[in-house]
Design a protein around this ligand. Structure first.
Ligand code: CA
Length: 306
């Protein structure tokens, strides 16, 4: 991690400023940059020709027009896989707001209009070039927060996504703990491999999800520098606990030298809390976690300024 932000809360622009523009588009990243978060996130999946593409899923049809462009390229399961397309082919697709495949409607109806498919997919290198360019022209120092998606799936296709991504990161000057880059992954075996076999010195975040709780912190601390739980995991953890008991999670993490960066803070989706601010208070005041992934980096930054 770049600076010592032990006392500061970290804001990570989740898939860019995805509350305002289609997720993982360059436009969404540029808008996020202008909001001045600490990090901008890149989810990564390999193309057929082994180029890391910035996209959330191994599938294409929830955020692109692949069905219309390449109708014959679906697999027997009816799905279109990023890994079946070359970079050149992927570049011809239009990107739009995420849709629910069952209803064909926008997952978040109040966000950017579905009818506006002017956007394109891009590579990890293209996005880092832009962020570094903006860092130069604005004098800011905004970091990147890439995620290795589905390493097991890539492995089944004979691809070592982690090695390929580390090589790209290294070529842009991200290789040490002090560089402004945090690498994340849900797959604990893979993240450990990234540390112990691929020997990266980067700051690493172990993402976790339900039904897991917080019982494996010590194991994670042996190779990772942070954990990334979901808000639902935090809610379950805090349930029935007193205010002081709630703080024991962050205490335990600090003792193990682990940060906690939780996902995902959405102004338009906070089912367990009456207001978005109540959710932010729960995470950052009651539990005192260190940072959060948000679709609305401007709103969360504004909250921290109060
Ligand atoms: Ca992610």
């Amino acid at each position: 991690m770049p600076k010592d932000k032990s006392a500061e809360k970290i804001v990570i622009a989740h898939r860019g400023a995805s509350g305002y523009l289609p997720e993982h588009t360059m436009e969404s990243k540029a808008m996020a940059f202008a909001m001045g978060p600490d990090y901008i996130e890149q989810d990564l999946v390999l193309s057929k020709d082994d180029v890391p593409i910035v996209i959330h899923d191994i599938y294409l049809e929830e955020v692109t027009d692949v069905k219309n462009r390449f109708p014959e390229r679906k697999r027997p399961d009816g799905r279109y896989y990023v890994i079946d397309f070359t970079l050149d082919e992927l570049k011809t697709l239009y990107v739009y707001e995420r849709i629910d495949l069952n209803t064909q409607k926008a997952v978040f109806p109040d966000r950017y209009p579905l009818e506006e498919p002017k956007f394109r997919l891009h590579t990890l290198s293209e996005e880092i070039s832009m962020i570094q360019g903006l860092n130069k022209s604005t004098g800011k120092n905004i970091g990147i927060y890439p995620e290795i998606k589905n390493p097991g799936f890539h492995n089944e296709h004979g691809k070592d996504i982690s090695s390929i991504v580390l090589k790209v990161l290294d070529s842009f000057g991200y290789s040490k703990r002090s560089d402004n880059c945090i690498l994340q992954c849900f797959d604990a075996v893979e993240l450990r491999r990234i540390r112990e076999e691929l020997h990266t010195q980067l700051f690493l975040t172990q993402l976790i999800e339900l039904p897991e709780g917080f019982e494996n912190l010590e194991t994670y601390s042996s190779y990772a520098n942070a954990i990334g739980p979901s808000i639902e995991q935090l809610i379950l953890y805090a349930h029935g606990k007193s205010d002081s008991e709630k703080k024991s999670l962050i205490q335990r993490s600090r003792d193990l030298n682990l940060k906690i960066h939780a996902y995902t803070f959405r102004k338009d989706e906070h089912p367990n809390f009456e207001t978005f601010e109540n959710l932010l208070n729960f995470a950052f005041k009651d539990l005192e976690i260190d940072g959060g992934f948000t679709d609305f980096p401007d709103v969360v930054q504004e909250y921290f300024k109060k």
